[in-house]
Design a protein around this ligand. Structure first.
Ligand SMILES: Cc1cc2nc3c(=O)[nH]c(=O)nc-3n(C[C@H](O)[C@H](O)[C@H](O)COP(=O)(O)O)c2cc1C
Length: 191
């Protein structure tokens, strides 16, 4: 079972999404597990922005192959400036590829990556569930749109909100998110 673990926070050890995504990966493996984990730190080693020439590079092919080979993808996703970090968007730009992860036919777009399990650890500074802030939420909505487009219609979201609203709220958000992680279904390996 292959797990692709991505982080994209620029906040190093102070990152909420990094802490939560690491806990997700720990939770997935049971005793004696044989999970093969590939880790990619997009915050520290970003992919380049997409260019026409960039489509043909070995790095682009490797990024897509890594995604296609994964059974489970765990994504650490902070909200920066109301959306996902540019580093994470660039990764998505490399894996939304016509003929590989989606196709267009007579019935419109069809996602080709629907068999994967995707778990997103999303960390936001504020609250976006309702009120005027809801219209400014472009991280979770964008992630769900892109994942849905490639066929992953039921991603699991672990959300830590209000991290910029004081240490007490940040601690609570982290505690609640980590408690949520313990309720995730671990991988059941074939005997
Ligand atoms: C550069 C930057 C931009 C941010 N922009 C927003 C924002 O637009 N909305 C928000 O709610 N929080 C914002 N925040 C707060 C982060 O979402 C919050 O700190 C969250 O915990 C980030 O995840 P991380 O701890 O994994 O980096 C921003 C933080 C940084 C560093």
């Amino acid at each position: 079972m292959k797990v692709l673990h991505l982080d994209s926070s620029i906040q190093g050890d102070n990152s909420v999404s990094r802490t939560v995504s690491a806990a997700v990966v720990d939770q997935l493996g049971g005793p004696g597990d044989t999970l093969e984990i590939i880790y990619r730190d997009l915050g520290a080693q970003p992919l380049p922005h997409l260019t026409l020439a960039g489509f043909g590079t070995a790095q682009a092919a490797e990024t897509l192959d890594q995604f296609l080979a994964a059974d489970i993808v765990v994504i650490g996703a902070p909200m920066y400036n109301f959306g996902m970090p540019t580093q994470l968007k660039s990764w998505f730009d490399h894996i939304l590829v016509s003929g590989k992860t989606f196709s267009y036919g007579a019935n419109g777009p069809e996602g080709l990556a629907g068999q994967k399990r995707v778990i997103v650890a999303l960390a936001r500074g504020g609250f976006y569930a309702d009120g005027p802030a809801a219209a400014m939420e472009h991280a979770e909505t964008h992630l769900r749109a892109m994942l849905g487009f490639i066929g992953i219609t039921d991603p699991e979201f672990i959300i830590a909100d209000g991290n910029a609203m004081g240490p007490e709220q940040r601690d609570k958000a982290m505690k609640d998110a980590l408690a949520h992680v313990t309720r995730l279904q671990p991988v059941v390996l074939a005997a």
